[in-house]
Design a binder for this molecule. Structure first.
Ligand SMILES: Cc1cc2nc3c(=O)[nH]c(=O)nc-3n(C[C@H](O)[C@H](O)[C@H](O)COP(=O)(O)O)c2cc1C
Length: 383
């Protein structure tokens, strides 16, 4: 076991051990009905868990109905949502992955079309075409995300306290559904991020102003979620490490936030970036494999908290190096796993962690190991 490549070394957080360091990043499927998961979600998560990842996250799950990005978002604002999600958690665990769920609120980026239906703010035309009516969005300040987007209503002090409770209630339901890891979505311009960033938060009350005030709501959410999430289960927080704009949130801010979150019982900082406002977002960031990894490394080093790297991580050798170099403890992947859910099991073979396909389900592994031994020139065992 000591010779395992670091990507395949198990990782223990509180009372949970993952079989490797590969994590299925939360990915909205826009395929839910009134917040309820559908067969699509079951099949999608089955494939990803069977593919060998260590943790499989369910997408950004809305803590209240108006916190959905689009009508197809999964929700946990009602006890009625628990049953469907418990099936997903059980399926994921049944395939040996740790079931995780991300909870969030879309804030001023809510009331949007599904990506393939336009990816813009909903209009009356969407209601006429598909019954997808727009709704009133909310935010720290009444500043739209971009031209053409809804003007959000500014949240009152009481509203904000109510939302802290909504996050805690959703976390309690996620626990009931059987999830073992929970992540708070504090990135990509959605509600929590819009409180952090001075671009979107112009408040002068206790929820705004300087960095400490802008962090107050996300920190209150983290505390409330930790309050209902058992001590033996891990809590992750996804952050946009930088806004990508000079007058926005910076990596130095993220390091400070990480320290504050750690003090409130957050175990892993999931280091993404961007999303606060269209044109300026991540403008200075060149996209290449692992472009966000340096932020995960800096947070890990300077805040002394475990990190998860994400963003264009594609190759097994590269993913292994991220963990081996100590840049991050976990590697989250999105689109590459959509393209190939078996990436983790294939990476184990490629990196020498599984020369005999022993990690594969027997109905597949038996054949693959014999094909590998025989080579293409050998006798075909299917004959
Ligand atoms: C279809 C899709 C849906 C996504 N939904 C979410 C989400 O629900 N929550 C989130 O934090 N990020 C979401 N993301 C971002 C991914 O989690 C990930 O950070 C991003 O795709 C970069 O990783 P990749 O290059 O491996 O795809 C989504 C990405 C995709 C492609």
């Amino acid at each position: 076991m000591t010779d395992l490549p670091p990507l395949f070394a198990p990782f223990t957080l509180r009372g949970v051990t993952t079989r490797n360091r590969i994590v299925v990043s939360p990915m909205c499927q826009y395929s839910a009905l009134d917040g309820h998961v559908t067969e699509w979600h079951r099949d999608h998560h089955t494939a990803l868990a069977r593919g060998g990842a260590g943790i499989v996250f369910v997408e950004a799950t809305a803590v209240e109905a108006r916190g959905r990005i689009a009508h197809g978002d999964v929700g946990l604002w009602s006890d009625n949502h628990v049953v469907g999600l418990s099936e997903i958690a059980a399926v994921v665990a049944g395939y040996g992955a740790v079931p995780g769920i991300q909870i969030g609120h879309a804030g001023r980026k809510a009331s949007a079309q599904r990506p393939w239906e336009g990816n813009l703010a909903l209009t009356e035309a969407d209601e006429a075409a598909r019954g997808d009516a727009p709704w009133q969005t909310v935010a720290p300040s009444a500043i739209p995300y971009m031209d053409g987007w809804h003007a959000p209503a500014e949240l009152s002090d009481g509203d904000i306290l109510g939302l802290v409770d909504a996050f805690a209630a959703a976390a309690a339901r996620a626990l009931k559904a059987g999830f073992k890891v929970i992540e708070i979505h504090g990135a990509h311009g959605y509600l929590l991020h819009s409180f952090l960033s001075p671009i979107s938060n112009r408040r002068d009350d206790r929820w705004g102003g300087g960095r400490q005030g802008r962090m107050a709501f996300p920190l209150a959410v983290a505390e409330a979620v930790r309050g209902v999430w058992p001590q033996d289960l891990p809590l992750f927080f996804r952050v946009s490490s930088v806004d990508g704009s000079q007058d926005g949130w910076t990596i130095e801010d993220t390091v400070v936030l990480a320290g504050e979150l750690k003090g409130r019982g957050v175990d892993v900082l999931d280091c993404s970036s961007g999303g606060i406002a269209g044109a300026v977002t991540a403008a200075q960031v060149r996209r290449r494999q692992g472009f966000q990894v340096p932020w995960a490394a800096q947070v890990r080093r300077e805040a002394g908290i475990a990190t998860m790297a994400v963003g264009l991580i594609l190759d097994p050798d590269y993913a292994n190096a991220v963990v081996a170099d100590g840049a991050a403890d976990l590697v989250a992947m999105g689109r590459e796993l959509l393209a190939n859910p078996f990436w983790p099991l294939q990476a184990a073979v490629t990196l020498g962690a599984d020369p005999d396909y022993a990690r594969w389900p027997d109905p597949y592994g038996w054949w693959l190991t014999r094909r590998a031994r025989a080579g293409v020139e050998g006798r075909d065992p299917t004959q």
